[in-house]
Each structure stands twice: as C-alpha cells, then as structure tokens.
Write a protein that binds this ligand. Structure first.
Ligand code: FES
Length: 180
C-alpha cells in the first residue's frame, strides 16, 4: 500500500515538474517574443531613418546651363554655375567654377581643382608655363586637356557636357577621359 502511494506521489511530482517546466518555457517564449517585437518596433524605424537617403533612388544627373556655345573658343575660359547638390539629408546650391574650351571642334569642360592638394588652377596663370593651367600653391601645371605635367599625379577632372539649342550645359564631374 505504502509502496503504491510512493509510486503515485512520484508520478504526480513528475507531472507537476513537467507542467512547471512547460509554464516556464511558455513565459520565456512569450516574454522573449514580446521583447523582440517591441525592440523591432523601436529600432526598425530608426534604422530606416538612418539609411533613408541610401534607399531613395538617385535623381538623374542634372545638367546646368552655363554659357552660349558661341562664346566658347580655343582658349579656355572660366565660367561659374550653380548646381543643386544632395548629400544624405544635406542639400546645398554651391557656386562652382568650370573651364570650357573648344578643341578640334569639340567642346569640353574641366574642373579647376588641382589634383595635388585642391587649390584652383588658372589658365596661363604663370608666364613660364604658357598655354597651360597653372596652380599657384605648389606649381603644378597641366596641358589644355588637363594632363598633369608636374607636382600633381592625376589629370584635372572633367565635367559631362551637352550642347543644346546653342547653349553649353555642364553635368556630373568624373575622371578625365581625354588623358591618363
Ligand atoms: S595644390 Fe596645386 S600644386 Fe599643390
């Protein structure tokens, strides 16, 4: 009789233990799931906000009207234009400078930023380097196509351009395609 009772008690105790285990697991899963859900609800919008500019499609390259085609000659001339720029959340409309020239009946545009340390080059800026771009900071000089001849180790960058209805438009800046 006593042995039978022991056996029953033992079984009851195992069932209780199984039930407690199950309740604990249930609580663990419920709390874990709720916590994960709440955490996702808080962090996902933050992540989305942080990477939002990356997710947005990039706008088409905008061309900006700079000068009448007839004013472009075989001597590089400097012009200014305003371009709209978007960098993440920061938008600006800086005034930029461009050197535009016609050579072999082709118009092209160079960025005046020296490839040495970023000063501004000038066409015929030094009498010793006639018909060249010259940088006053450390003496870099470049050919009319923007090829570096001294100090700098890369050619001047080039702007995309298009000619439409008698006007020259300047687009995106990219590495020089005319020279290496
Ligand atoms: S920045 Fe132009 S030569 Fe140094």
């Amino acid at each position: 009789m006593s042995e039978h009772m022991d056996h029953n008690e033992e079984r009851a105790s195992k069932e209780v233990s199984r039930r407690e285990m199950s309740r604990r697991q249930f609580l663990t899963y419920t709390l874990g799931g709720t916590t994960a859900f709440l955490a996702a609800g808080v962090t996902l919008p933050m992540v989305r906000f942080a990477v939002d500019p990356i997710l947005k499609p990039k706008p088409e390259a905008n061309f900006v009207k700079v000068v009448e085609e007839s004013k472009v000659t075989d001597q590089p001339k400097s012009f200014e234009f305003v371009s709209h720029q978007v960098d993440g959340w920061y938008e600006s409309d800086p005034t930029q400078k461009v050197w535009i020239v016609r050579k072999d009946n082709e118009i092209f545009a160079l960025n005046p930023t020296c490839k040495h340390l970023g000063c501004q080059v000038e066409w015929n800026g030094n009498a010793d380097y006639k018909d060249q771009y010259y940088c006053p900071c450390h003496g870099a000089h470049y050919t009319i196509d923007g090829k570096q001849l001294a100090v700098a180790d890369a050619p001047l960058d080039e702007y995309e351009i298009k000619v439409e209805n008698g006007f020259v438009y300047v687009g995106k800046l990219h590495a020089n395609t005319k020279v290496k």
